[in-house]
Design a protein around this ligand. Structure first.
Ligand code: DQA
Length: 148
């Protein structure tokens, strides 16, 4: 059976391509989605992408992942650094692999970006590789699913 992976994107990631391209690159979220879906196919994963600027949507979708998906990739954007609600939802997902992604290397940026609530619940974190990080996350999830 093909495993289903939910890929969640938080606030402002809908602006990729035009938003601070010197930090986030020139790829749009649609470009990243297409490349991730292609990568997922080669790994035997069915990949679904979603984006919201609203914290509650992310919480609801994380809860959905818990019962309806086999793995979760999350770039929570700025909520990474602020949201206990996102953390609590992720802590309830201890039954499935969770990988945190950031396009930029958050550890080389402002101090307030160094702390991640998401990291407290994720199995691992990939940052600094732009959109390719999503493909790396899918590879990590494919491996975790194979090992279980
Ligand atoms: C980001 C890093 C966050 O600090 C920032 O708020 C974002 C994007 C990244 O992908 O590099 O919106 O998650």
């Amino acid at each position: 059976m093909t495993a289903s992976i939910l890929v969640l994107n938080g606030p402002n990631l809908n602006l990729l391509g035009t938003r601070e391209p010197e930090v986030y690159g020139s790829e749009t979220l649609a470009d990243i989605e297409a490349a991730s879906q292609e990568c997922g196919k080669s790994l035997g994963l069915d990949v679904e992408f979603r984006q919201s600027n609203t914290e509650g949507d992310l919480v609801t979708w994380i809860q959905e992942a818990r019962t309806a998906y086999d793995g979760l990739v999350i770039n929570a954007g700025a909520y990474t650094h602020t949201s206990v609600a996102v953390l609590d939802a992720l802590l309830a997902c201890d039954n499935l692999p969770v990988v945190e992604v950031h396009l930029s290397n958050i550890n080389q940026r402002e101090e307030f970006r160094h702390h991640s609530y998401v990291s407290k619940a994720a199995d691992g974190m990939i940052c600094g590789f732009g959109g390719y990080g999503y493909q790396m996350a899918l590879q990590a999830i494919a491996r975790m699913i194979d090992q279980t």
